[in-house]
Ligand binder design. Structure first.
Ligand code: AMP
Length: 192
């Protein structure tokens, strides 16, 4: 089973992906995590995307499609969870083609529906918790980058809701509940 978790920053995509990995042995493909790893290891691509990521803007389709293609060629497991990808219509088209070329398809696109006030609160809390735990907050978890990330989401990513609805793949889940409640709703949508 291959699924997309769709929703704005802070909707809980990463948290729910992690639960699906633990419970179902699926493989999480997070382009955000891949890009952060590229930055940490200081690759040429990592250095190129650093400033764009910190500003909250999207990196180019070409870069993230390349990362996903690489994973589809190598990763194995009980289905893929696409987390934070696709984020543009171009990426969505490319994903459909890539899956088809691997003899695979999408089973569901799960939209985590939340309201903006909750997002801002969750993300700023995530930054505070990271610091309290002795770590450092993500460079883009600050109010200024957050505004840009939300705007990028509404301009470029939210059209995917209509795109997948039209394809008959969209399932909407209330992302405002507790982690376990949202996880239970996702399980129901995926057929238990
Ligand atoms: P995330 O961890 O998913 O919030 O991603 C962090 C940042 O990485 C985003 O704000 C973008 O700059 C970049 N990024 C991650 N995934 C994508 C994507 N699919 N398309 C474009 N940029 C992305």
């Amino acid at each position: 089973m291959n699924i997309i978790l769709l929703g704005p920053p802070g909707a809980g995509k990463g948290t729910q992906a992690q639960k699906l990995v633990e419970e179902r042995g699926m493989v999480q493909l997070s382009t955000g995590d891949m890009l952060r790893a590229a930055r940490t290891s200081g690759t040429e691509m990592g250095n190129k995307v650093a400033a764009i990521m910190d500003s909250g803007e999207l990196v180019t389709d070409e870069i993230v499609i390349g990362l996903i293609e690489e994973q589809l060629n190598t990763a194995t497991g009980n289905g893929f969870i696409f987390d934070g990808f696709p984020r543009t219509l171009g990426q969505a088209d490319a994903l459909g083609e890539l899956l088809a070329s691997h003899g695979q398809s999408l089973d569901a696109v799960i939209e985590l529906a939340v309201n903006d006030d909750v997002l801002v609160e969750r993300i700023l809390n995530r930054a505070k918790e990271a610091v309290a735990a002795g770590g450092t907050a993500r460079a883009d978890d600050n109010e200024e980058s957050l505004k840009v990330r939300l705007m990028e989401y509404y301009k470029k990513t939210s059209p995917l809701i209509g795109y997948y609805y039209a394809k008959g793949d969209l399932k909407s889940v209330d992302g405002l509940g507790a982690i376990e409640e949202v996880a239970a709703e996702i399980s129901t949508v995926l057929g238990g």
